[in-house]
Design a protein around this ligand. Structure first.
Ligand code: SF4
Length: 503
């Protein structure tokens, strides 16, 4: 039975045996594969975590003509404020119109916890429909309804005949999983169950043979390019440019996709993941239900990875020769453009902290640019990253590898030990390194370029500027300090991980 037959997707701890605790080296984890961590990823001490609502809202808030209705405590939606700049700029870049995310909350309180929140939810859905007339209302279940037992799916079914929007329950109860990447499955689950059927009004009454032929031709060369918000518009355009050079059409999904048009994803020859951490749940569904094959392998960050990603797509369409010409021309131009930066990068130590695939792919690129990788931390670990470990161990050097859902105390200890010249992390995750005076660069920002050949050049250009003038963080370190005692820096950074290597 398909997962999509169920109301909720499974959590990744169960589906992929994903985990959040490992401390050791890259060669250590590459050798152990999935046995590296405990499934529940326990630490004897933990400083914090990441709730799956954050990435889930980052995707859903981009959908035009929709309302995101959070059913839970008011604070659950707080991250949506910081995401709105991306919704506004992303909408402008794609449609020419600036649009704000529309998100509401049932703002459950203590009385609702005792009496139940279903009546409030029903009223909120009807009010959202009346006020905004959206195509879709995404009803997001957070921790409180999960704990008190509100039947969110039942309310959605009950209200559906009374509203014009389609009502989609999305299960994001934060307490159910420690793997924030479960968010991608939660959103894909809701979309896959309710938004992929072709609306009947779009079906031609009398099929026109010529139109059919034209449609078949377009479909035979259309690629679904998956983006759950790990690429900004500039990166989407870079991959579109490369795929168009192979004479392919591109359908980007799901960020900023109009809910009424989402069914178009079922009309492609192939789906291609841009980050294997994100997409397997939906890609398998598309293959099973609609017969669309998929490629999930490389992330096109870095020179070799971009080439491998392109070769995979080209080989599906039997365009290997075209791809080789394209890759060699792009690599030639890129190599000569990178010449001026490489002497500054040579031998400099870099520390990387991000989602697993992005961290590993970026490390590969940095090694290609001449950096020495000192350490990588990834938010979680699952099976899709295993080929990436092999790419990094093939570089011939071993280095620290830590799987941690945040846990800045482990990071501070590792930073003191490894003394990197440069740190790459998410914008909310650069503070520890900055306070130690280490130059930092954001590993992901939808306004910047990271992907493909253009991304490789732009990352190098930005890092060059950063290393040329590291004064900002050095000054920060003069006035700020981290809260840890000297004894912590002298301790084993992984001493609180219960399963040291899953022995
Ligand atoms: S952990 Fe629960 S309560 Fe906290 S933000 Fe996530 S869904 Fe809301």
């Amino acid at each position: 039975m398909s997962y999509f037959e169920h109301r909720e997707p499974p959590k990744r701890e169960d589906r992929l045996k994903a985990c959040i605790a490992y401390g050791g080296t890259i060669c250590g984890i590459a050798g152990r594969t999935k046995g590296c961590c405990l499934n529940d990823g326990e630490r004897a001490f933990a400083q914090g975590s990441i709730c799956l609502l954050l990435p889930a809202l980052a995707i859903m808030n981009t959908f035009p003509d929709s309302v995101v209705l959070l059913h839970g405590a008011i604070g659950c939606g707080s991250c949506a404020h910081s995401q709105n700049a991306n919704v506004r700029s992303g909408s402008k870049q794609r449609s020419g119109q600036v649009r704000d995310a529309v998100w509401l909350s049932t703002a459950l309180n203590e009385t609702d916890v005792i009496n139940g929140g279903e009546a409030k939810l029903e009223e909120a859905i009807r009010e959202a429909d009346r006020r905004y007339r959206p195509a879709v209302i995404l009803v997001v279940a957070s921790c409180v309804p999960g704990i008190i037992g509100d039947d969110v799916d039942g309310v959605a079914e009950r209200v559906q005949p009374l509203v014009s929007a389609r009502v989609l329950p999305v299960h994001c109860e934060g307490f159910k999983t420690k793997i924030w990447a479960t968010a991608y499955d939660a959103v894909y689950h809701a979309v896959g169950r309710r938004l992929l059927e072709e609306p009947e009004e779009y079906l031609p009454v009398i099929p026109d043979e010529l139109d059919d032929l034209r449609e078949d031709f377009i479909r035979s060369r259309t690629v679904n390019l998956m983006n759950v918000s790990s690429m900004g518009r500039v990166d989407e355009l870079e991959l579109t440019r490369l795929l168009r050079a192979l004479e392919l059409e591109v359908n980007i999904f799901p960020v900023f996709a109009d809910p009424e048009e989402m069914y178009r994803i079922t009309q492609a020859a192939l789906s291609v993941s841009t980050c294997p951490t994100h997409d397997d749940y939906l890609l398998k569904h598309l293959e099973e239900k609609y017969g669309i094959p998929y490629i999930i392998g490389h992330m096109p960050i870095g020179i070799e990875n971009t080439g491998a990603w392109l070769r995979d797509v080209a080989s599906f369409f039997h365009r290997e020769e075209q791809a080789e010409k394209l890759i060699s021309q792009e690599e030639r131009e890129l190599e000569s453009a990178l010449e001026e930066f490489k002497p500054v990068f040579a031998g400099k130590k870099v520390f990387i902290n991000a989602g697993e695939f992005r961290a590993l792919a970026t490390a590969k690129l940095l090694a290609e640019l001449g950096f020495e990788v000192a350490a990588i931390r990834s938010f979680h670990h699952d099976e899709f990253a295993e080929p990436e470990y092999e790419k990094l161990t093939a570089l011939g050097a071993d280095f620290q590898f830590n799987v941690a859902n945040a846990q800045p105390f482990e990071e501070a200890n590792l930073l003191q030990r490894t003394e990197p010249d440069l740190f790459l992390g998410h914008w909310c995750g650069n503070a520890t390194a900055a306070k130690l005076g280490i130059p930092t660069h954001v590993i992901y920002n939808t306004g910047l370029s990271y992907i493909g050949y253009q991304g490789a050049y732009e990352i190098a250009r930005r890092l060059y500027r950063q290393l040329k003038n590291p004064a900002f963080n050095k000054n920060i370190s003069k006035y700020l300090r981290l809260p840890y005692k000297r004894s912590w820096y002298q301790s084993d950074p992984y001493k609180y991980i219960k399963a040291r290597g899953g022995a």
